[in-house]
Design a protein around this ligand. Structure first.
Ligand code: CP
Ligand code: NVA
Length: 299
């Protein structure tokens, strides 16, 4: 597989293999022993939306592997407006060794992958956020070891991050429970092990991981006032955490909006896990870049 676009494209075995490599590579990197396997390789980064973690982690990762990154905003290239997606993909494939793209439409990233001779990585679309889910699972593996049979409770919007986590949980043999308001469920996910409820306390029961994400995703800013009211009962707070097992960890993809989807108190209590999770974006994506660029794809 040349690209990394959607968790659903891979088997549980392939995903577990990638996660185990990322955990091992992180140790090698910290010991100063990770080979620079992408010397003189160039990663093009396309961002139609803001980013901190994704941009910095991709750029740092390719530099740590001996390569370099070129940042392209939509103002620079006009993806689909100044030039068709297929033409941008054809050109980048001839000049670069990999492309990571964050776009509104998922079809833009899949179109880039289809027409680009180099690997294309999904850096978040409105539909899914596979690199985030993999960094999250990597963090959970470091804490809990084998993840099979464990439960992840997602409290909030059944959007891009929740979708990637739900599919990844199914692939890894984990249970996934989404607690969300009516109309914000995950639609059309064929995977087993997924339950959806209106009751956050029922969702966190027996969960090893309690996860949340913003109530207002990038591109939904016009709906902010309405969403804040709708999602109010779905806050991750101390009261909700009292219904979760004592050893449950809280995760958040960040950026976090304290006082909305998570309280300052819960955020502070679980800051170590949440910022390790952010750091693991770097470690997972460095392994992913190595596999896609230096090894020719995910086998
Ligand atoms: N979690 C995440 O993708 O963060 P950024 O939007 O800052 O890249
Ligand atoms: N659901 C959020 C994730 C941010 C990393 C968004 O799409 O804005």
């Amino acid at each position: 597989m040349k690209d990394f676009i959607n968790i659903a494209d891979f088997s549980g075995e392939q995903l577990t293999g990638l996660l185990e490599r990322a955990v091992a590579d992180k140790k090698l990197f910290r010991a100063g022993e990770l080979p620079a396997s992408c010397r003189r390789k160039v990663l093009a980064l396309i961002f139609e939306k803001p980013s901190l973690r994704t941009r910095v982690s991709f750029e740092a990762a390719i530099v740590q592997l001996g390569g370099a990154a070129i940042n392209l905003t939509n103002a620079d290239i006009g993806l689909g407006s100044r030039e068709p997606v297929a033409d941008v993909a054809a050109v980048l494939g001839r000049m670069c060794d990999a492309v990571a793209a964050r776009t509104f439409s998922h079809e833009t990233v899949s179109g880039l992958a289809e027409h680009c001779s180099a690997p294309v990585i999904n850096a978040l679309t409105d539909y899914c956020h596979p690199c985030q889910a993999m960094a999250d699972a990597m963090t959970a593996m470091e804490i809990f070891g084998d993840l099979a049979g464990r439960k992840l409770a997602f409290i909030g919007d059944g959007n891009n991050v929740a979708r990637s986590l739900a599919v990844l949980c199914a692939k890894l043999g984990m249970d996934f429970a989404l607690a969300c308001p009516e109309g914000f469920e995950l639609e059309g996910e064929p995977e087993a092990n997924i339950t959806q409820t209106r009751d956050p306390r029922a969702a966190v029961e027996g969960a090893s991981i309690v996860y949340t994400d913003t109530w207002v995703s990038m591109g939904q800013e016009d709906e902010k006032d309405e969403r804040i009211v709708t999602f109010k009962p779905f806050q991750v707070n101390a009261e909700l955490m009292s219904a979760a097992p004592k050893d449950a960890v809280v995760m958040h993809c960040l950026p976090a909006y304290r006082g909305y989807e998570i309280t300052d108190e819960v955020m502070s209590a679980h800051a170590e896990t949440i910022f390790e999770e952010a750091e693991n974006r770097l470690h997972f994506q460095r392994t992913l870049l190595h596999v896609l660029i230096a090894e020719g794809g995910i086998k």
